[in-house]
Design a protein around this ligand. Structure first.
Ligand code: SAH
Length: 389
């Protein structure tokens, strides 16, 4: 007799025991006879396995949220879980007014993203079970954070796999088109309704500070978006060039530079691969370079092509580095592992013919927790490299 409990195969139960919260549809021995939402799980012998988000249409059928089957997934559960995630970010409060409050599985709240931009929140509900609990999530966020408004950037393509529609929707209060972000003394405008991700790239905050501390001479920000690295580089460099393929992003970079009183920024609308190639041919030299491409590997099938892309970009950037110059190079492709990225940058260093020194290896900041047993929570890696030649 089908019940409201999800029965998980012993293979699925083993995966849960290993610290990974997902149960794939192929490991669902018996589907619960209830709509999307929170359900209890059990193994084939009836042993309780805790609570999970149930997604009837998704390949990821269940995402465990609580190991305790006796827990009640109610308003006070949500309050405790969200308050815990928010408390984790407390050290950032004096450094920035924008950070990720909830990083999905990284915060024990699978498929939920909550980003804070000053007095506003931008959320992403990326599973059918969360959509079913939307009211309580909004209610508790209003209680805990008291924002002026909450926007849902539910236009992420993964929603389709859950059978959910794509939409950008105001959930509470009002949210402006642009929000001023203060990040370690630099200000820029985030665009919550239309910008990439939820309006800005919060995950590179500390890396911008890291590279900014080394800024001097001629600086280059490749894949600049709205100039986030460039603004930090301009604090110490004599000149900064920001390169991006998006004219709109560069327009905002210019506005952001003005807001910070920066007069040394040059914006170049170009394909970054081409720009770097031509700069190498011209024999240009830079003292500091940020190289932060979009995810070149969107899926497993595109890893090989992505690695060729990373190799080209990094080799060209290394060739542009003045002796003693510093390159910060990043990959945000989940499918390109830390080891793969290090290998590809090593290959580029070999071809550059110069001794490239690894100065720092960076991962995700405090507000984007990467849980070791849940590889999907980690995607961003960065290397700070010095041209020792
Ligand atoms: N460094 C930025 C984030 C970069 S996101 C920050 O810290 O905020 C990636 C950027 O690459 C986007 O702005 C996108 O417009 C740009 N982009 C994508 N493909 C490109 C290409 N081939 N050449 C130049 N820019 C590109």
């Amino acid at each position: 007799m089908p019940s409201s409990i999800a029965v998980v195969t012993s293979r699925g139960a083993k995966r849960l025991a290993g610290g990974h919260p997902w149960v794939f549809r192929s490991d669902l021995a018996e589907a619960p006879n209830v709509p999307a939402g929170a359900v209890r799980m059990a193994d084939p012998r009836g042993q309780p396995l805790g609570w999970a988000w149930w997604s009837p249409q998704s390949e990821i059928a269940l995402r465990r949220v609580d190991r305790d089957s006796e827990a009640a997934i109610d308003r006070s559960w949500w309050r405790a879980r969200l308050a815990h995630a928010i408390a984790r970010r407390a050290p950032l409060a004096t450094l920035t007014n924008a950070c990720r409050l909830v990083h999905g599985e990284g915060d024990g709240l699978p498929a939920l993203v909550v980003d804070k931009y000053d007095r506003w929140l931008v959320v992403q509900l990326l599973s059918a079970a969360l959509e079913a609990q939307r009211a309580v999530i909004v209610d508790v966020l209003n209680e805990l954070v008291a924002p002026d408004g909450i926007l849902a950037r539910n236009d992420a393509s993964v929603r389709a796999r859950e059978g959910l529609s794509k939409q950008v929707e105001l959930l509470s209060g009002t949210v402006p088109e642009e929000i001023e972000v203060n990040e370690h003394g630099v200000t820029y405008l985030a665009a919550p309704w239309t910008g990439q991700k939820t309006g800005a790239f919060l995950d590179q905050r500390e890396n911008r500070v890291l590279l900014g501390a080394h800024a001097r001479g001629r600086a280059l920000d490749v894949f600049s978006y709205h100039g986030s690295f460039a603004l930090h580089l301009a604090r110490g460099a004599e000149s900064v060039t920001a390169v991006d393929a998006s004219a709109g992003a560069l327009e905002r970079a210019r506005v952001n530079a003005d807001r910070n009183g920066i007069t040394t920024l040059a914006c170049v609308e170009a394909d970054a691969f081409e720009f770097l190639r031509e700069s190498v041919v011209r024999g240009d030299r830079y003292d500091v370079i940020a190289l932060d491409p979009p995810a070149l590997a969107k899926n497993r099938g595109s890893i090989a092509g992505a690695l060729r892309g990373y190799k080209e970009l990094n080799l060209r950037a290394m060739r542009l580095l003045a002796p003693g110059g510093l390159l910060f190079t990043a990959s945000c492709s989940y499918h390109v592992t830390k080891a793969m990225f290090l290998d590809v940058v090593r290959d580029a260093a070999a071809d550059s013919g110069r001794p490239m020194i690894l100065r720092a290896l960076t991962g995700q900041p405090l507000d984007h927790p990467e849980v070791l047993t849940v590889p999907e929570t980690g995607y961003l890696k960065g290397l700070l490299i010095e041209n020792g030649g």
